[in-house]
Write a protein that binds this ligand. Structure first.
Ligand code: FAD
Length: 497
């Protein structure tokens, strides 16, 4: 059988893989992307069942602010997407109250009075110092001369972060913080840095909580439409994107790699694996020290228990998307159905016929304490029952369901194409916030991208991480060979302003 040859093979069309492929294609590489499903986006993809479309996991995309990746690529690669700001972005509901996260930050902060002012002043100050890292990946190591200069200029303000190292986000809340603020911080930490506020690394958590006001948007057709727009951009750059093309094995060959995929054999000088560490180890047929360490870190995280539903649109519903964070017991950990993130599709997404919408409901599940076999199915069913109850109690307007598709961590795997572990590595206090910022290959020519790689979980983070890994993989190789022929000069954002 013949072998197709490429400079780079990307395994997986999640946002990490798509972003890496785009950057490598910009640099002039001949790239192939293998995706085992028939659609891109992975955890942020959109799948179809019984004539309806559902967001598999992610529903809100960051990265549309000025200069951020999707804003830049919309112009540079003519991404065919329609994105709109939402307001409110989401609403937190619990027995004691309701709290919308307003599109306007100041309006939101005003809701908390004096208690909010001082807390949000500190939170904003931290976010203002850290967000440039997301927007200008060249500020992260390894730094060039301009990066070092930019850091020297920022040194006084960066030093202001030092006293926060080792602290948790929860410890920075005033003792008399109102329940609404405490719960908003806790729920925000849970969905961003993947742990409770009382564990969350303060610098990362305070930065992540600013996400809502830093270029978040609703993409018409869901985040899956954004992934498809990237696939189209890749194809325009000559990248081959192969769907229903699971990679079955990966082995070193000469100075590169040989992939055995459903569509045949592929040889590539570099491989970018958009996989969790354990999934990559399976492809290699063995673990490595780096992969085992990364896998242990992933196992400090979570699985997702999901519910997908078709719901009758209530009278007076706004046409846009609705995102709710529902809490059962505000004093208990926000896991295992005690907290659910509920997203209702927008009318314009076209996910369901007129008068109906589709819903994606998720909760974090602590897989470490899960029983095996029958017991596991019972646990999943109990969590889903609690999620149903949460919607019935706190969002009754969205509880007239005409169809439900429950999904356990195992069935979730079918929709997103990866093991039960989701959501990246929790950033608990005590971890150095820049841990993993120096991207290193797993083996010569073999790199990992995705939410278990710095800077972690979310569409924006995996996109930023994917670009950075692509830069690292190309360094000293592709750039030297191709820079004279590439129509993409060194990306402007890669150079620190
Ligand atoms: C329930 C839930 C809700 C979330 N909500 C949000 C949100 O609202 N906003 C947000 O920004 N983030 C959200 N996230 C996080 C975000 O979705 C993820 O961090 C991000 O999408 C993960 O991207 P990734 O690059 O790691 O790739 P993945 O999404 O893991 O994609 C990997 C891809 O690789 C493919 N693949 C796997 N094995 C193979 C193989 N052998 N051969 C070929 N292809 C293979 C898979 O099919 C998949 O498409 C959410 C996550 C979950 C679980």
């Amino acid at each position: 059988m013949g072998v197709d040859r490429f400079d780079v093979a990307v395994v997986g069309a999640g946002f990490g893989g798509l972003a890496a492929a785009l950057r490598l294609a910009e640099l002039g590489a001949r790239v192939v992307v293998h995706e085992r499903l028939v659609y891109p986006g992975g955890c942020a993809g959109t799948f179809e069942r019984q004539g309806y479309a559902f967001a598999a996991g992610a529903t809100v995309a960051g990265g549309f602010g000025p200069g951020q990746p999707f804003d830049r690529w919309t112009r540079e690669h003519q991404l065919r997407i329609a994105s709109t700001r939402t307001d409110p972005h989401t609403e937190l509901r619990w027995d004691g109250g309701r709290l919308p996260t307003d599109g306007d930050r100041e309006r939101f902060v005003e809701r908390f009075g004096d208690a909010g002012h001082s807390w949000f002043a500190r939170q904003t100050a931290v976010a203002d110092r850290t967000w440039p890292f997301f927007e200008q990946p060249g500020l992260l190591p390894p730094l060039d001369g301009r990066g070092v200069l930019a850091h020297l200029r920022r040194l006084p303000s960066t030093l202001g972060l030092v006293p926060l190292l080792g602290r948790t986000a929860g410890s920075l809340l005033p003792p008399d913080a109102p329940t609404a603020l405490r719960l908003w911080v806790d729920a925000g930490c849970r969905i961003s840095v993947q742990c409770a506020a009382d564990e969350a690394e303060a610098v990362f958590a305070l930065s992540a909580l600013d996400w809502w006001w830093r270029g978040v948007a609703h993409v018409r057709g869901g985040t899956g439409a954004l992934a498809w727009a990237l696939v189209e951009a890749l194809r325009r750059l000559g990248v081959e994107v192969r769907f229903a093309d699971r990679v079955r094995s990966l082995r070193p060959e000469g100075d590169g790699w040989r992939l055995s995929a459903r569509s045949g054999e592929v040889g590539a000088r570099r491989v970018i694996a958009n996989l969790l560490p354990a999934d990559l180890a399976r492809l290699l047929g063995h673990g490595t020290k780096t992969l085992d360490r990364a896998d242990n870190a992933v196992r400090t995280g979570w699985g997702a228990v999901m519910l997908y539903a078709v719901v009758r649109e209530p009278e007076g519903a706004t046409p846009g998307p609705t995102h709710l964070q529902l809490v059962d017991d505000p004093t208990a950990p926000l896991v295992d159905g005690n907290h659910a993130f509920v997203s209702v599709s927008a009318r314009s997404d076209g996910f369901a016929p007129e008068g109906l919408r589709t819903m994606t409901i998720s909760t974090h599940a602590d897989l470490r304490s899960w029983p095996e076999g029958e017991g596991r199915a019972e646990r999943v069913a109990a969590i889903q029952e609690r999620m149903r109850g949460l919607v019935a109690r706190h969002a009754p307007e969205w509880s007239t369901w005409t169809l439900t598709l429950p999904a356990s961590p195992r069935t979730f795997e079918r929709f997103v194409g990866r093991g039960g572990w989701v959501g990246g590595v929790p950033l608990r206090a005590g971890r150095w916030p820049l841990a993993g910022a120096f991207h290193r290959p797993v083996a010569p020519g073999l790199w990992r991208v995705g939410d278990a790689v710095f800077p972690g979980q979310s569409i924006l983070s995996t996109t930023v991480g994917g670009q950075r890994v692509a830069e690292a993989a190309a360094r000293g190789w592709l750039q030297a060979e191709r820079s004279s022929t590439s129509r993409w000069p060194e990306r402007r954002a890669f150079v620190a302003r």
